[in-house]
Design a protein around this ligand. Sequence first.
Ligand code: KIV
Ligand code: ZN
Length: 500
Amino acid sequence: MRTIKIFDTTLRDGEQSPGASMNVDEKIQMAKQLVRLGVDIIEAGFPIASPGDFEAVKRIANEVRGTTIAGLARAKEEDIRRAYEAIKQAPEHRIHTFHSSSDVHLKYQYRISREEALKRSIAMVELARSLAADVEFSAMDATRTDLSYLIELILAVVEAGATTVNIPDTVGYTTPVEFGATIKAVKDKIGDRAVISVHCHNDLGLAVANSLAAIMSGAGQVECTINGIGERAGNCSMEEVVMNLATRKDIYRATTNIRTREIIRTSRLLTRITGIRVQPNKAIVGANAFAHESGIHQDGLLKEKMTYEIIKPEDIGLKQTELVLGKHSGRHAFKVRLQELGYDLTPEEIESAFVKFKHLADQKKQIFDEDLEALVTEEVSKIPEAFRLTDLKVSSGMGVVPKSTVKMKIRGRAVQKTATGDGPVDATYQAIAAITKTKSNLLKFDVKGITGGTDALGEVVVTLQENGKSVRGQGADTDIIVAAAKAYITALNKLASRKK
Ligand code: KIV
Ligand code: ZN
C-alpha cells in the first residue's frame, strides 16, 4: 500500500479565502493542530507577500516541530531567498517555487515565451536547491498547458534538482478522466525521480475527485486545506480526500499519515479561528454528515450500523458530547482536560482561562469540550487588551427602547456610557463605539449556540472594517449580548494593535 503525502496549504492558499486571514498566534495554534493531525508538510505562507507573512512563516519554522515547513516563492531570486530566510530554522524545510506554464498566462500575464519560462524555472529551481535539499516546483495553470510543453518543463526542473513536482489545476478546470491521463503521462516520463504532487481548486466542484484520479495515476502528494477553504471556490478538502482513501482502500490502495480522529477538532478550530462556517451537509465535517433523518435509515441503523454508515463517526473524532467538568472541578482537572484537548498553554493563560471557566460554571451546570475550546480560543489569540469589558447592563423588550450601559477599562482607565439603539446589540455597540472613540464598519455578525440547551454558551463572531482593513473578533458567553460585546471588543483590540 502506498503512503500519499498530505501537503496542507490551509495557512497559505486557505488564507487566501476572503475573510480567512489569521494572526500569527492563530497560525501557530493551527499549525500545532496540523502536526497533531499528522500532515507531512505545512505550507506556512508566502514570505515575500508582506512583512507579516514573513514573520508568521518564520515563527512557525522556529516553533512548530514534527513536520516539514514549506514557504512559497515565485520563480524569482528575491522570493526564493526570502522564503529560505523564513523557513531555514525548521529542521525539515522546503522551498516551494512556482511559475506559470500555460500559453494564456505566459502571453497575457507574463508576456514571455515558453522558452523564457522554461529557462527561468530551471534557474530558480537550481537556486532553491543551492539553499535547501527539499524543493518543490509548481507549473501554475498546468491543466491548461500544452501537455508536451508541460512534460518538457517538468523533466527540466527535475533535472535541475526539484524533489517534488506539482501539477496544479489552478482554475479548477480539469476533469477526473483528463487529469488522470495527464498525471499518468507525467509519471511515465519522470518515474520515481521526483514525487508528483497535485493541487486542485474546486471551481467545478471536482477538486477531490480530480485529486483522487491523480492518486490512481501515480501522484504521491496531495495539496489540500482543512474544510476545503481557499481561493474562490476553495481547494481540495483534506478531510474528504483522506477519508476517501481510508474508506475505499480496496479501490485506491493508498493510505496517509493522517490521524483521522483529529479531523473534527482541526475542522472546528479552523472555523473558530476564521469565523468561516462549514455548510451543514458538507461531507465528513458538516453538522449533518452523520445525522440520519429518514425513518427507514434509522430503523436500519438501530439494527446494524453498517446498513447506512460507511464511516464510524468516532473515526473522525466525533463522540457523544461528554460532560467534562463542572462547578466543583479544580485547577488540576481543568489543566489536564486542556492538555487532553491538545492545548499547550502557559501558566498565566491557564490561570486566566480558569477564572473564566469558574465564571462560566456558575452560569452553566454542565461544561462540555466545545465550551472549553471556545473559552480557550480567546486566551490563545493573545491580542494586547487596549479595551476591556468590565460590566454590561441591558434593558430591552417589546415596546421599550433598547438601552445598554457599558463599563470598560481603556488602557486601565474606567469609563462608562449608556446608549440606545435598534436592539440590545445595537445599543451595546453604540455605547462601546462611544467609549472607545472608534469608527469601524460592522461587516458581518454571526451567532451560534456551542452546545444544546437554553443555558448553552453562545458564540458571536464579528467582522469589522476600518480604513480598508478588516478584522474578526470572537466572543463566547451564556449571555448572547455579552458574547456580542466581547466579540466586538476583541475585534477593536485587533484593530488597535494593528495601528500600533
Ligand atoms: O493554485 C495554484 O496554482 C497555486 C500555486 C501557487 C501552487 O496555488
Ligand atoms: Zn492554489
